[in-house]
Design a protein. Sequence first.
Lengths: 295, 216
Amino acid sequence: MNDNIIDLARKRTVLMDGAMGTELMSRSLPQDACPEVWNIEKPEIVQEVHLSYYKAGSDVVTTNSFGGNRLKLAAHGLESRAYELNCAAAALARAVKPAGKFVAGSIGPTGKLLKPQGDYTEEQFEAVFSEQAQALTDGGVDFLLIETMYDLREAMAALHGARRISPLPVFVTLTFNRTPRGYFTFMGNSVAQCVLELEKADVAAYGANCMIDSRDMVGLVRAFREKSYRPIIAQANAGKPEVCEDGSVKYSQGIDDYVRFIPDLVKAGANFVGGCCGTNPAYIQKAAAALISMK
Amino acid sequence: MAKEDLWREAREAIIGGDEDKARQTARRAVELEIDLNEMIERGYVPGIQKAGELWEAGDYFLPELIASAESMKAAMAVLRPGMSGSNIKARSLGGVVIGTVEGDIHDIGKNLVAALLQANGFEVFDLGADVKLEKFIEKAEAEKAGIICLSALLTTTMLNQKRFIELLTVRRLREKYKVMVGGAPANQKWADDIGADGYAPNAALAVQKAKRLAAT
């Protein structure tokens, strides 16, 4: 019943939102706190962040559920509240969603490694992601976004877990480093390898987010576009984080430099653009203006 | 088999991330009664250093790095009992307490540094990840270590490196220990700002730095 996001992406560039964690921290979320807890304790603040992105021009906001899988929540002793926190993340975003706009359910990595490097199996990961996907779907998101995946195997486990219980579209973005030999995930997955797997699984839209700035993201989008006819998603970081003497964190890519590459991302083949770490509503607002001036 | 051939096999075992071969070569070295310190220095250490170089060049990724580090651990586990207590003490450049700071679970880089420090003659006490700051001090005091190494991968947990130095100062222990910091978001400026004694961008340079600090 939601208007199809893929149809929209075929008509024009879709604008996603920017970072959530830093926006919550600027509203006094303690640095070692679990951001998802605010979906229950301070939902109005989370909604404030969503609204600021919609107002800045985002077509899509992503739910405050990035670390909402039970393996990550366990670090805060909150694993038994996984369903509750994710459902709330979805419901509060849906409650402030303007007509014609979308809410994406964010599913981030567990932070654990699969065997043989780590202790977990794909089945265990699938179950964990299934739980999260169920809650986000029940809470009313329009589609699911598996993101910041640095391990293709984990991304596929999340995909399978989500599809097991949710009828919603599921998109996937992975995180790549730029190396002398090209773009690779931390686990060594190449763009070609990722596209192959995602195509085999018939994922309707995919791409990359995090780790690299918007300049380096252009090359990555090109690499995806060379291998794929699908809608490509690209959400770059505003450079690298630097900790200042007073403990505050500054990102190295300034807003103008970041936005400068938005048209290049689109020309390189991105259908969805947005922002990741270090971005905020101001970045999105300028990105929206850049997209309009391209028409 | 000449010892040089065994060194080469040891190096290859680490570069190849072959735990079985790492253990086998270590056992062979013990059987042949060759100098085990030399076996480490000329065989395994060049192997793990090569793995580190390949990682930095973007040729090795996490699976390869982990496999190399695990192979290193496997070899050292075989060799250490074969090395007499006095042998270890005489070589020891002193104790190093190392860990990833509290709130942070990332440890692969830290494990690499720990492995290389141990292989280079330090007595290493690896506290693991998510280590409370007081634990670093407790362990260093208990083992009379000279150097404390703190790893952090997140800008949020990195602040614990700063807090740790403040904690040492408050406990009036700052002069007693050399503090090194590392991890992806760290850099020399950060280390200087917080008053750390050392920083290194990779494991090989961390060992060099630790050796220089141990000598002062």
